[in-house]
Design a protein around this ligand. Structure first.
Ligand SMILES: CC(C)(COP(=O)(O)OP(=O)(O)OC[C@H]1O[C@@H](n2cnc3c(N)ncnc32)[C@H](O)[C@@H]1OP(=O)(O)O)[C@@H](O)C(=O)NCCC(=O)NCCS
Length: 158
């Protein structure tokens, strides 16, 4: 199978945060941001594999600052590592105050997806082609994270 570049997987989702997304504090609900992250990461995986892809795990997610109602949220996602059937995606969220132009980095998260064939079975994905030093570094770190996840899965199952 022909390899694919990181840039071929890139996705950018932008959404205006309205009152229906508010939590009891009047800020945007964390679960709303998590859903957007999963959607963007999932789309990056689908674009990369050109296959239906399901979320198999997500690393812990920390929010560095609140997202306010009226902010324009941008979620950028790309594949950082590809195994045989699994892919890690890096998802970066920023919130823009459209009146001042101030952009805040809200969180970065890592999701792992598995590509499925027509019968719902895990199926192979293209090899990841890293074109820049930054992409290569991210891929090396992703491989380490994936090894740690599999070790944790092994411990949980034993
Ligand atoms: C994803 C799924 C199809 C994989 O099933 P499977 O064939 O039994 O799984 P395998 O153990 O062969 O793993 C498939 C791949 O996922 C990876 N994987 C599995 N569990 C993982 C975990 N906890 N963390 C990271 N990677 C994991 C494996 O390493 C393997 O990757 P590789 O092929 O690149 O080496 C199955 O677990 C499933 O359907 N899960 C539910 C998915 C879902 O419903 N998600 C939420 C809604 S989208």
């Amino acid at each position: 199978m022909k390899g694919k570049t990181v840039s071929e997987s890139r996705v950018i989702l932008t959404q205006l945060m309205g009152p229906s997304q508010a939590n009891t504090m009047g800020n945007v609900h964390g679960g709303m941001i998590m859903k957007l992250c999963d959607e963007a990461g999932g789309m990056a995986a689908v674009k990369f594999a050109r296959r239906t892809s399901v979320t198999v795990t997500v690393d812990s997610m920390s929010f560095y600052s609140p997202v306010h109602i009226g902010n324009l949220v941008t979620v950028k996602a790309e594949v950082t590592w590809a195994g045989r059937t699994s892919m890690e995606t890096r998802v970066v969220v920023t919130a823009e105050n459209v009146l001042t132009g101030e952009v805040t980095h809200t969180n970065t998260a890592y999701f792992v997806y598995v590509a499925l064939d027509e019968n719902g079975r895990a199926t192979s994905v293209p090899a990841l082609i890293c074109e820049t030093e930054e992409e290569r570094t991210r891929c090396e770190r992703a491989a380490q994270r994936q090894a740690a996840r599999l070790e944790q899965r092994r411990r949980e199952k034993s």
